[in-house]
Design a protein around this ligand. Structure first.
Ligand code: NAD
Length: 274
């Protein structure tokens, strides 16, 4: 018996990192999983792997900032599986520029994907969940929504802060429909996002709290772990994508049926240490 038997889940940004880990875990736990992303080749491979391992999954291309794309994905999912029980708004993009260095184009891009995309996803899926009579939405925020600095930029922190607050707003608005809405706040996690970030940041970033922007070339988990030691308290100081996938699983499953509007921090103790 799986923890998500008979559930239908949509996960955004599922071609890599936490979204992919979540999709693999959800499929193992019995869900039918719709993996969406802008990167089609990796998405198709992820779905093929899940099917090879006995899971049920479909790939659908989706830019989360595109309302028409959301309509297509919701329509196709309902056609394929008849309902939607779970939405994980995981897709995201990162930028570490501060207030003065962020240009409007970057600001709008980060806000569109990381924040507007979450609202569009909820707007598209909630009417189906209302018809089902229940649902669970998990929105991926960040520790960047809770503390300043820590390597995140102005637009990213603002977007992830918006995810935190719209999660609570939606939880309040749709509790009457038995739709739960929670946010997950990962700390530094070993994914392509951090590989790029840790590997390429300029080393002369003297903004407060930007310890790991001095870590040029730290692109393996071991190297990142060394940089993060002292920031997080739990070895190896950097999360695996599956650590976040299991947080998604708890909030998606009926095990959390009385949990809504909550923020689940998965950061190896980063926040308590800052
Ligand atoms: N890695 C970390 O340390 C960390 C920490 C806190 C929060 N997060 C958040 O976790 C989430 C997952 O990130 P990750 O670390 O797995 O990174 P990742 O880069 O491995 O995965 C992000 C995925 O989102 C997809 N994506 C980007 N723009 C998109 C768009 N417009 N529409 C649809 N998909 C799009 C990418 O193609 C990619 O597959 C993001 O929201 C990120 O901001 C990551």
């Amino acid at each position: 018996m799986g923890r998500l038997d008979d559930k239908v889940a949509i996960i955004t940004g599922a071609a890599s990192g936490m979204g992919l880990a979540g999709a693999q875990i959800f499929a193992r736990e019995g869900a039918s999983v719709v993996l969406t992303d802008v990167v089609e080749d990796k998405l198709n491979k992820a779905v093929a792997d899940i099917k090879e391992n006995g899971g049920t999954a479909a790939a659908m291309k989706l830019d989360v900032a595109d309302p028409a794309g959301w309509k297509d994905v919701v329509d196709q999912t309902v056609k394929l599986y008849g309902k939607i029980n779970i939405l994980v708004n995981n897709a995201g993009t990162h930028n570490s520029a501060g207030i003065l260095d962020t240009d409007l184009e970057t600001w709008n891009k980060v806000m569109n994907i990381d924040s507007t995309g979450v609202w569009l996803g909820m707007k598209a899926v909630i009417p189906i969940m209302q018809k089902n009579g229940d649902g669970s939405i998990v929105n991926t925020s960040s520790i960047g929504a809770l503390v300043g600095g820590n390597g995140n930029g102005a637009a990213y922190s603002a977007a992830k802060g918006a995810v935190r607050s719209i999660t609570k707003f939606a939880a309040q608005e749709f509790g009457k429909d038995s739709i739960r809405v929670n946010s997950v706040h990962p700390g530094v996690t070993f994914t392509s996002m951090t590989k790029k970030f840790f590997g390429t940041q300029k080393s002369n970033d003297d903004r407060p709290g930007m310890t790991f922007t001095k870590s040029v070339g730290a692109s393996t988990k071991e190297e990142m772990s060394k940089v993060q030691k002292g920031n997080a308290v739990l070895p190896p100081y950097v999360a695996d994508a599956s650590d976040i996938g299991y947080a998604y699983l708890y909030l998606a499953s009926d095990e959390s049926k009385f949990v809504t509007g909550e923020e689940l921090i998965v950061d190896g103790g980063y926040i308590i240490n800052s």
